[in-house]
Design a protein around this ligand. Structure first.
Ligand SMILES: Nc1ncnc2c1ncn2[C@@H]1O[C@H](COP(=O)(O)OP(=O)(O)OP(=O)(O)O)[C@@H](O)[C@H]1O
Length: 607
């Protein structure tokens, strides 16, 4: 959980960001408070002048009317400025949280599921954004009762004394309200986030749920936190209701007591008729101290919500240096003693590799061997806990962000497409140029799509490259081809394909690999692959096992090892030869007979 300091820092930032609007709101509400305080005195004075038949009552009456009108105008202004401050603060907080989420390493963002993030960015950020305005309005919410109390003391000290006698009870009521609602609000928001997270998971797995016919179970699973949410929601209403009921009894009692004392003062000739009128109004205004519960409740809710929003805003950003890569260097990649640990578990250990510029390296291994983790470290999607990764002799951590992203290109098994507010296929592909390069032209987008075997199906879409991504239903293989096109367009010196061709048919994969091999696309290529054909065509193969490099070298050499062959055959043909396998890690009998590497690509034992 984020420390309270994190949430306070976020709220202080929001107050600074909305300083102009909040200051205007403060002025407006303080001026409104001054009007509220002046009106009873003026009304009382007018009454006294009228009763004593003294001149000037008309002027006093006019001033009373002017102040009443000003009070109404200032109140309207306060409402407008409150909405403005809320909107600005919410937008700022939301942007901070979003920057935190997108600026951190993907593995740090991963523990926050989509639904939970949506609740934090939408509901919690909105609640947090009410803090600056609530702070400003709470000043007037305190000023008016204090001013009214002073006015009571001036009219007759006993009226103020009676009111002060009842204050401890009122303050106790406010304190109980603050403590109880703070606890309930926090728990309510957490349960709300948990439901949203489960719902997003369920939507992500809609096909699996439909296929397994488990919608009912899933509904139950999504709603597991509902009773807790309902319990705390009910508790919040009870706390609120009790506070309103108690203040509903206490405040009229206090007001009545003040008016009674002022009445005694009137009988004794110590208070005028106008003074009695003013005292009754001031008693009501002083009783408004209970009204502080509203901004107080808003602040409590805002602070609790800010804790959840700050957890995103405070995610450690990936730091970048300012180094640039040597120009015209070939793209040599070196991993030196790289270790990546998550939750105390080492995912890859002591990985040392030297990959020559312009070569193609296939990373193979059984599922869970650490291939994707290695690929993430190689292009700095994650930082190693030990060791370093160097591109053309420069540590990736020392490169500026734009230099790093301009030099490396990724394609994934399940790519996600963005590129502007409403991304089209064309803008999504053009986004692959990276920040350090000149923008892609329609021709370069099309060239890249052609190389990735995507051009033909894109042109069949209703609006071709202008088709909005959301309106283009893509198969797994089509999405992968677009992902590859986006990576191709970057022309970086290092290209990392993490299982990026797994949904392509063999012929298409061959065409893509041929396009990759053309001199115009020359770069260093690190390809995470499960297919033996990919390994066979690579210059070098890195064979991962349990987070370590088991061996590396040309595929033809590694192929002599039965356990290496089993990596492909055991996984690629589970349905065809399960009974012949000698078990996990052991070669199936068919392989130990030794299919020659030259016969493998495309049609051999692995496929
Ligand atoms: N953020 C994480 N926290 C904890 N464990 C993780 C994390 N990411 C990956 N792992 C674990 O690390 C191991 C290696 O994962 P990785 O994705 O690198 O394997 P892989 O070889 O690419 O597997 P596959 O071929 O199935 O994609 C797996 O056991 C995985 O469960």
């Amino acid at each position: 959980m984020a420390s309270p300091t994190g949430s306070d820092r976020l709220l202080r930032g929001a107050v600074r960001h909305t300083a102009g609007t909040t200051a205007a709101l403060l002025l407006c509400s303080v001026a409104g408070a001054a009007c509220s305080l002046a009106v009873p005195a003026l009304a009382g004075g007018t009454l006294d002048l009228l009763l004593r038949h003294q001149p000037g009552a008309g002027t006093w009456l006019l001033w009373t009317a002017v102040l009443l009108a000003a009070e109404v105008l200032l109140e309207s202004g306060s409402v407008l400025l409150t909405q403005l401050a809320n909107a600005r603060a919410t937008a700022w907080i939301r942007l901070r949280a979003l920057s935190g989420l997108l600026g951190t390493a993907p593995h740090r963002a991963a523990p926050h599921p989509g639904g939970d993030v949506a609740t934090r960015l939408c509901v919690n950020a909105t609640d947090s954004g009410t803090a600056p305005a609530a702070l400003a309005t709470s000043v007037s919410a305190v000023l008016v009762p204090i001013g009214a109390l002073v006015a009571l003391a001036l009219i007759h000290p006993w009226t103020a004394a009676v009111f002060v006698a009842g204050l401890p009870l009122l303050l106790l009521l406010l304190r109980t309200f603050a403590v109880q609602s703070s606890d309930s609000v926090g728990r309510y928001q957490r349960a709300q986030g948990a439901i949203a997270a489960r719902l997003a998971e369920a939507l992500g797995g809609a096909r699996t749920i439909a296929a397994a016919d488990t919608a009912r179970h899933e509904e139950e699973r999504v709603l597991v936190p509902l009773p807790e949410m309902a319990r705390h929601g009910t508790r919040m209403w009870h706390v609120h209701g009790r506070a309103v009921a108690r203040s509903g009894v206490l405040l009229p009692l206090l007001t009545t007591a003040v008016v009674a004392v002022a009445g005694v003062g009137l009988a004794a000739g110590e208070v005028s008729m106008g003074g009695l009128l003013a005292a009754s109004r001031y008693a009501a205004l002083a009783a408004g101290i209970g009204g502080i519960a509203a901004p107080l409740g808003t602040l409590i809710r805002a602070r609790s919500a800010a804790r959840r929003t700050a957890e995103l805003a405070d995610l450690a950003p990936m730091s970048h240096g300012s180094a640039v890569l040597p120009p015209d260097a070939p793209g040599d990649l070196q991993l030196r003693g790289v270790r990546v640990t998550r939750g105390g578990v080492p995912l890859i250990r002591d990985v040392t590799l030297s990959i020559g510029g312009g070569s193609t390296v296939a990373v193979v291994g059984r599922s869970g061997a650490g291939k994707s983790t290695l690929a993430a470290a190689a292009g700095r999607l994650t930082d190693p806990d030990a060791g370093s990764v160097l591109l053309d002799g420069v540590d990736l951590a020392e490169l500026s962000r734009s230099e790093l992203r301009g030099a490396t290109a990724y394609a994934f098994a399940r790519p996600v497409f963005d590129g502007g507010a409403t991304p089209t296929i064309g803008t999504a592909l053009a986004a692959g140029t990276g920040p350090a390069r000149s923008p892609a032209t329609p021709t370069s987008v099309r060239d890249a799509a052609t190389a990735a075997c995507a051009d033909t199906f894109v042109r069949l879409l209703p609006l071709g490259y202008d088709t909005p991504v959301d309106d283009a239903p893509l198969s797994g293989g089509e999405a992968q081809r677009l992902g590859l096109a986006r990576a191709f367009i970057g022309r970086g010196r290092l290209m990392i394909l993490d299982d990026a061709t797994s949904s392509l048919d063999t012929a298409t994969e061959r065409q893509v690999e041929a396009a990759l091999a053309t001199p115009s696309r020359a770069c260093t290529r690190l390809i995470v692959a499960h297919r033996v054909s990919t390994a066979a065509r690579a210059d070098q193969v890195v064979w991962m096992e349990a987070g370590r490099v088991r061996r590396s070298g040309p595929h033809s050499l590694l192929w002599e090892e039965p356990e290496y062959r089993a990596v492909f055959t055991a996984e690629a043909q589970p349905a065809e030869a399960p009974s012949r396998s000698t078990g996990p890690g052991g070669p199936p009998e068919s392989v130990s007979s030794g299919a020659p590497p030259s016969a493998v690509p495309g049609t051999g034992a692995g496929e």
